[in-house]
Design a protein around this ligand. Structure first.
Ligand code: ADP
Ligand code: 5GP
Length: 202
């Protein structure tokens, strides 16, 4: 019997360095699949439809939501985001490990429906540094930066229930911690394949 894949759920306030850490993890472990979310947010420069996100019009997102096609969904920074359910089930069933990049509201939903997932929250070293990183990466306009900073406090306060907290101060150290959490999960006893079937739709 194939072992069920590991679901590694990452959350962080925008700008904390999650994308940077995810890229490293995928470089080191190319077998990792990435759960491509749907979003109503317009693509940023360089983002590829179907790879970074499935970019949808709001009406289409709402149609899929009504059809119960999402494992979880949430409104984040004024846009809708959701995790398509079928690819999650298929990927985990075939024994492939799967990485999720979702916000705290979505992670809390998955915690209820995908009990064996591993939940990691990435924190910036402080709010000042978070602001520097958001500005430094040069992807968001001023209104968007302000909204992301305002949300950061709330998101960080909601992080206490995660399995692991990783402070991304020194990038190499943060990566080593994230990697250790993943490697520990791969050593855990075989997971029950039936649990994927219990995944609820929302
Ligand atoms: P997120 O995906 O969490 O929004 P990014 O990975 O895009 O964040 O990182 C935001 C910015 O901070 C990027 O410019 C990135 O290069 C930078 N960054 C990431 N980690 C660190 C770190 N440990 N120290 C300094 N800068 C970092
Ligand atoms: P960004 O627009 O910067 O790519 O992402 C904004 C926020 O939305 C991040 O916190 C990211 O983790 C979250 N996000 C991305 N995809 C999903 C998803 O499918 N569901 C939920 N709940 N949040 C998501």
């Amino acid at each position: 019997m194939t072992r069920q894949g590991i679901a590694l759920v990452l959350s962080a306030p925008s700008g904390a360095g999650k994308t940077t850490l995810v890229k490293r993890l995928q470089q080191e472990f190319p077998g990792f699949a990435y759960s491509v979310s749907c979003t109503t947010r317009p693509p940023r420069a360089g983002e590829v439809d179907g790879k970074d996100y499935h970019f949808l019009q709001r009406a289409e997102f709402e149609r899929r939501r009504a059809a119960k096609q999402f494992a979880e969904w949430a409104e984040v920074h004024g846009n809708l985001y959701g995790t398509p359910l079928d690819p999650v089930k298929q990927t985990l069933r075939q024994g492939t490990d799967l990485l999720f990049d979702i916000d705290v509201q979505g992670a809390a939903q998955l915690k209820l429906s995908l009990a064996e997932a591993v939940f990691v929250f990435i924190l910036p070293p402080g709010l000042d540094e978070l602001e520097r990183r958001l500005r430094g990466r040069g992807l968001d306009d001023e209104a968007s930066i302000q909204r992301r900073l305002a949300n950061a406090r709330q998101e960080m306060a909601a992080s206490r229930w995660y399995d692991a907290l990783v402070v991304n101060d020194d990038l190499d150290q943060a990566y080593d911690q994230l990697r250790a959490v993943y490697l520990a999960a791969t050593l855990a006893p075989a997971r029950n394949p039936g649990l994927v079937d219990a995944l609820l739709t929302r």
